[in-house]
Design a protein around this ligand. Structure first.
Ligand code: SF4
Length: 364
């Protein structure tokens, strides 16, 4: 099994405010932690990274843009250790609430070439529900600034299926996002996770029918605006697919550094601790799991089938000695899978039930 790593995720767990739905690995920004955190991050990277040429680096969170200029500059200097390919995709997540021109200029100086913003919604009642606070004015101004500074690859996240949201609200959010003319849109259907404010407040999910209607609206509107639906929840203008996220969906290897981050190398999945105290003491690792052939086979199916282009049959046969055409003949005959150009995929009109299809594939 190949274990050359060309992708790297860096986790910055700090946030200025905590969103009501969030179960990510995060903590309130507190400047007393930041320097120690960056020191430990540097040690972790230097003890594990083997010098491979990286094709993607993704700085996520938390909210990396919650760091101040000095802290961000220190972070970028730590990341200089990476050997970067000349056409690397170098992404940083930011929130509109705490981004400004100086930070964007710093991103540019250190080679960031893809920006990802949490937008989620523009409706006041949805933002209140999510405990977020952004305005169209701030978003418009920020996107203008990004363009002036030469950023030409921008993603925004859109959240839908909120109990406070109607189909009309979602349509307004979409229209607003289309007016920004950005390159990539990631969508998330709200899931009420344990240990979140929403769960504590006993908030319930919307009905499956409405969720499906919203998903269909998103797919139709994206198509109308020429965004390619290249993964179940991700849409992009041509040539702006997220290379970093494709590494996950292609079941490729990656490094993950920082609190709660995961790495995947060969048949090993290593997950870091979510305890800031342990991390600051240098006890990074929470678990180190060795995957067997069956696990690898399942990951390959589950992840690849999230993509529009699915699984390359010949590649799968070489890796797992398994003939996909005969193994999944029934699903192919039922139209739940299709074969196009030597690849097996879930047809787009069945993506909404992809979980059920994948469960059937993994049953035997
Ligand atoms: S900004 Fe992101 S990581 Fe921070 S609380 Fe909100 S959703 Fe969670």
């Amino acid at each position: 099994m190949k274990s050359k790593i060309t992708n790297c995720y860096i986790h910055i767990p700090f946030c200025n405010t905590i969103c009501s739905y969030c179960d990510f690995c995060k903590l309130y920004y507190d400047d007393k932690y930041i320097n120690n955190y960056l020191s430990q991050l540097e040690k972790e990277i230097n003890s594990i990274y083997k010098g491979e040429e990286l094709e993607t680096i993704y700085i996520g969170g938390g909210t990396p843009s919650s760091l101040n200029i000095k802290e961000l500059e220190r972070l970028f200097n730590i990341l200089k250790v990476f050997n970067k390919s000349k056409d690397i995709e170098f992404t940083i997540e930011s929130n509109f609430e705490n981004i400004d021109e100086d930070k964007l200029k710093l991103y540019k100086k250190y080679g960031i070439n893809r920006l990802s913003f949490g937008l989620e919604s523009i409706s006041k009642k949805n933002l209140d529900f999510l405990n977020r606070n952004i305005s169209k004015e701030k978003i418009n101004k920020t996107i203008d600034m990004c363009r002036k500074l030469g950023f030409n690859n921008i993603n925004v996240d859109l959240m839908y299926a909120l109990p406070t949201e109607s189909i009309e609200d979602l349509k307004s959010d979409l229209d607003y996002i289309f007016s920004l003319d950005i390159e990539h849109i990631s969508t998330y259907s709200l899931i009420i996770e344990d240990h979140t404010m929403l769960k504590i407040n006993n908030v319930k999910n919307i009905s499956e029918d409405l969720d499906y209607e919203m998903y269909k609206l998103i797919c139709t509107e994206m198509k109308k605006h020429n965004y390619e639906h290249y993964e179940i929840s991700n849409f992009s203008k041509p040539d702006f697919y997220s290379k970093h996220n494709l590494c996950y969906w292609n079941n490729s290897n990656y490094y993950g550094f920082g609190l709660g981050a995961s790495s995947y190398a060969g048949n090993k999945r290593i997950t870091n601790t979510r305890s800031i105290n342990k991390y600051l003491e240098g006890n990074y690792i929470l678990e180190n799991i060795e995957l067997d052939d069956r696990d690898l086979y399942e990951y390959e199916i589950m992840l690849n089938l999230r993509k529009a282009d699915g699984i390359l049959i010949s590649d799968f046969e070489n890796k797992y000695n398994c003939n996909l055409r005969s193994k999944f003949k029934e699903l192919l005959d039922d139209g739940l899978l299709v074969e196009i150009n030597g690849r097996i995929r879930i047809p787009e009109d069945k993506w909404y039930i992809s979980n059920e299809i994948i469960v059937r594939m993994l049953e035997d």
